[in-house]
Design a protein around this ligand. Structure first.
Ligand code: SF4
Ligand code: MG
Length: 336
């Protein structure tokens, strides 16, 4: 399938009083048309910053690109003019944030917030704009749309507000939406409904979706492929099946053991990953996970691990895949 988005060796940092924070380090991945790609990792692993880089939403300065390319439909986002960027943000990519309470304007009616994107446009009439708003509200499963259209955010439940956020992201019919922890503040029943809605929208509209989450349960339910990030780097990448059933990276394994799985026996203890993520002011010279890794070897502290290709879609950066590394349950046949 064709790529809609390609990140190639993206390096992104922030200037701070304490020095340079290297938030995104050599990140490469692609999103294909109509695909749902998950980006998973603990907080502070660089997943949100990476997502915001795609739309240039991080404030620059203090943020800045040190290298790489971000191609959206073949066009480099890092070379776009202000107008091109604004058009892309308005028309081509929608963004759904974690917290609808802070992203919705409390003083504006729902309808007006959905219609914001058309403000100043002379090619659509007021009536057409309202029709588009009502249509998208129905599409995201909001009932009683005429009434909701006139309501304010505080009159809506959390799940309904998140549907409004998705409506706002979709009203210009973008080819891609980026969702950053969109269900984290919702209870599990509402979360399941929102995830089903995203699947349905992909089915109906063919929208590509990037789902940022710390929750492997969300990944399992929604995604086709997964990127696992740690310390600003991608440590493993593959199809959902490969990530869950042919886990190759100790960090991914740690994430799996730290979540409640459906097949977890009662009384079986979940195992949190000990320790804290690396300091991104001065990242370790070897593997970013070395300080927390139960498999760490001498080489891990000295040299950044190479990338090993395990299948067409599956790769990982970990010395355990080296031909001379000891046999472990994580070692897989390497194809390149
Ligand atoms: Fe652990 Fe070494 Fe692999 Fe890093 S490279 S994840 S420290 S085994
Ligand atoms: Mg985040």
């Amino acid at each position: 399938r064709e790529n809609i988005l390609e990140l190639k060796d993206v390096v992104y940092s922030f200037h701070t009083y304490g020095g340079e924070v290297q938030a995104v380090r050599d990140v490469s991945f692609e999103v294909r048309k109509g695909e749902i790609l998950g980006i998973v990792g603990e907080s502070g692993c660089g997943k949100s910053v990476t997502a915001q880089c795609i739309m240039r939403l991080n404030p620059e300065p203090p943020g800045f690109f040190k290298g790489g390319e971000i191609l959206f439909n073949g066009k480099d986002v890092l070379k776009m003019t202000k107008t091109e960027l604004n058009n892309m943000r308005r028309e081509d990519i929608g963004f759904v944030f974690q917290d609808p309470m802070t992203s919705l304007n409390p003083t504006m009616r729902i309808g007006a917030q959905i219609e914001e994107v058309f403000r100043g446009r002379k090619d659509v009439t007021k009536k057409e704009v309202k029709e588009k708003a009502l249509e998208i509200m129905k599409l995201v499963g909001i009932s009683d749309v005429e009434k909701r259209y006139r309501q304010y955010p505080h009159e809506l439940s959390g799940g309904m507000k998140q549907r409004v956020m998705i409506a706002i992201a979709l009203v210009s019919r973008p080819s891609m939406i980026i969702c950053d922890e969109p269900t984290t503040s919702l209870d599990v029943t509402i979360e399941a409904q929102i995830l089903d809605l995203l699947l349905e929208l992909r089915e109906k509209l063919g929208t590509s979706i990037i789902m940022i989450t710390h929750d492997l349960g969300v990944i399992a339910r929604l995604c086709d492929r997964v990127v696992v990030m740690y310390g600003g780097k991608i440590v493993e990448k593959g199809t959902v099946q490969e990530i869950f059933y042919e886990t190759a990276h100790p960090y991914t394994k740690g994430l799996m053991e730290s979540i409640a799985r459906l097949d977890t026996e009662k009384g079986e203890k979940l195992k949190p990953i000990e320790g804290t993520p690396p300091d991104l002011f001065s990242p370790p010279k070897g593997c970013p996970f070395a300080a927390r890794c139960e498999y760490a070897m001498d080489v891990c502290h000295e040299l950044p691990p190479e990338q090993y290709l395990l299948s067409e879609e599956h790769n990982t950066c970990c010395w355990l895949q080296h031909e001379y590394a000891p046999e472990t349950e994580l070692k897989k046949p390497v194809i390149g």
